[in-house]
Design a protein around this ligand. Structure first.
Ligand code: ME8
Length: 518
């Protein structure tokens, strides 16, 4: 018996310095859609998310609120986990960097790199951006500020351990050039290639001026640099180096690290060089997606323009929010969030194209045939075009998903619903209904639309996981799991004799006038 192919996908582990906003939700929903899609198409999937709990930023946030770092992060991390449940996130594990299982692996790797001479002690004199937890040399600053976030940096002078990144720069560059899929999209790859070519310095990997971190095993007055700590989560969660390392053996290397473009550098330079030095396989791919922006700029607490995903879920439903996020973020570019755009998307794609088609079809089958659909007769007229599109869409969607073009994959599914709407206009079942000679044709037309809807629902399930549970009972196939699978997407599987039910609108239209009413 052949084993299923594995697929390991991760999100960044977010900082519990504050509650998460819709930008973080995008990354996790996108990773969830990819994980669910791979599962649907037959892979043995592992999906990891978690929280990055150490470092100076967290320590300061806790102190400002008069709490210990642990008290502080425990509360916020519980909020992360609640949010992921509300967003129907199907993660298999949630790693916290304060867990012992994580600390052990970080210390083990640090020790190994030290023992083999890749970590050495020296004095550090340079700049540090605390919000980004990043060291910068004078030359990389932009007008004296952090080149990533533009905020002021702090001067640091302390005894530190350094990791010999420079030693691996050529090998890293070669790996990126030899593996065109390693960094996606291409624009991100080009940025990283020029970053390495401009010279990689050794990386400062320990701090002594605060202690909220994992101690350096052989010199515990130092704590390990938070990024070295955090990046290791991708293998600590698999039990790397532990007595039972089955998960590591099975799932590493990761297929996809999905991250925002702000942290591509950490994932495509520091992390792979750590792995290279430790003699471990590199992740197969790092995908750096764009920003979800607001008209008023980037979301930030200080600007008071943070969009809370929980409020939106409550107002519009989780499937609609997931759909909007996934449909709106173009591959490799940024997207603007607005509630108007969200309502427009829900109304246009979900209420009109999908929901209305679905509800109309169920209503007509009930009106004309008491709900019962028979097997179709031979195709005629516009049938072929609809059937052809339904037949080819699964392959299109799979190709787009393999290229990580989620928004395009989602659009391809809605295109099928749109085509089915047009087909209804072309075939005009309400006119056929008036002609007793045309009852067979009427049945065939409605069957074709119902079958196209079954296709669309199966394909949409990774993106809107709540959808099948609402569609299958109305299509009368909730007890037929074999018709819910990817393999079942062969035209004509919907059996004759299926009984459709009328139901509440799948996606009620939202009156744009209600916008802003929380
Ligand atoms: O960087 N649009 O955590 P973080 C899209 N702990 N994505 C956004 C976004 C926006 N406006 N804002 C945030 C860290 N993100 C580290 C990660 S991983 C080993 C350690 C998403 O809480 C995006 O994925 O600052 C970005 O990379 C991530 O949140 C940063 O989360």
């Amino acid at each position: 018996m052949s084993e299923k192919k594995t697929f390991y996908i991760t999100t960044p582990i977010y900082y519990p310095s504050d509650n998460l906003h819709i930008g973080h939700a995008y990354t996790t929903v996108a990773a969830d859609a990819m994980a669910r899609f791979k599962k649907l198409t037959g892979y043995d999937v592992r999906f990891l998310t978690g929280s990055d709990e150490h470092g100076q930023k967290i320590e300061r946030s806790a102190r400002e609120r008069g709490q210990t770092p642990k008290e502080y992060v425990d509360k916020i991390v519980a909020g992360f986990q609640h949010l992921w449940r509300m967003l129907d996130i199907s993660n298999d594990d949630f790693i916290r960097t304060t867990e012992d299982r994580h600390k052990r692996v970080v210390q083990r790797i640090f020790q190994k790199l030290y023992d083999q001479g890749d970590i050495y002690k020296a004095g550090y004199e340079g700049w540090y951006c605390t919000p980004c937890e990043t060291f910068w040399t004078e030359g990389r600053l932009e007008e004296g500020n952090c080149p990533d976030c533009g905020r002021p940096v702090e001067f640091m002078e302390e005894e530190s351990y350094f990791f010999k990144m420079s030693k691996y720069a050529d090998r890293m560059l070669k790996h990126i050039e030899d593996n065109p899929d390693f960094i996606q999209p291409v624009s991100r790859r080009n940025e990283m290639v020029s970053f390495i070519k401009s010279g990689l310095e050794d990386l400062c990997v320990s701090r002594t001026t605060f202690d909220w971190g994992i101690p350096v095993p052989f010199d515990p007055k130092h704590v390990i640099y938070v990024w070295v700590d955090a990046l290791t989560n991708y293998i600590s969660a698999l039990g790397y180096g532990e007595e039972n390392d089955d998960l590591y053996q099975k799932y590493w290397p990761a297929d996809v690290h999905l991250v925002g473009k702000d942290i591509v550098r950490f994932h495509t330079i520091i992390w792979p060089i750590m792995l290279m030095a430790a003699g471990l396989p590199l992740p197969k791919q790092v995908v750096g997606h764009g920003w979800l922006l607001l008209e008023s700029g980037k979301m930030s607490k200080s600007k008071g323009n943070v969009v809370d995903p929980l409020v939106l879920i409550d107002k519009y439903g989780v499937d609609a929010i997931r759909y909007y996020l996934l449909r709106e973020m173009p591959y490799g570019a940024d997207a603007y969030y607005s509630e108007e755009a969200l309502v427009h998307r829900i109304n246009q794609d979900l209420a009109n194209d999908f929901g209305n088609l679905f509800n109309r079809t169920c209503a007509m089958v009930n009106k004309y045939f008491k709900g019962r659909l028979e097997a179709p007769s031979l195709p005629e007229g516009p049938d072929e075009e609809l059937i052809e599109l339904a037949r080819s869409t699964p392959e299109t969607v799979e190709e787009l998903m393999n290229r990580r073009e989620i928004a395009n994959a989602v659009a391809a599914i809605i295109r099928l619903a749109g085509r089915a709407n047009k087909y209804l206009e072309e075939t005009a079942p309400w006119a056929l209904a008036k002609d007793p000679e045309k009852q067979d044709r009427l049945n065939t037309v409605l069957y074709n639309v119902a079958e196209a809807l079954r296709f669309a629902t199966v394909m949409a399930s990774p993106f809107m996981p709540g959808l099948p549970g609402r569609v299958w009972p109305l299509l009368g196939i909730e007890d037929r799991p074999e018709l819910h699978t990817w393999e079942s997407l062969q035209w004509g599987k919907l059996p004759g004799g299926t009984v459709l039910k009328r139901g509440e609108p799948l996606f009620p239209r939202i009156d744009p006038a209600t916008l802003g009413e929380a």
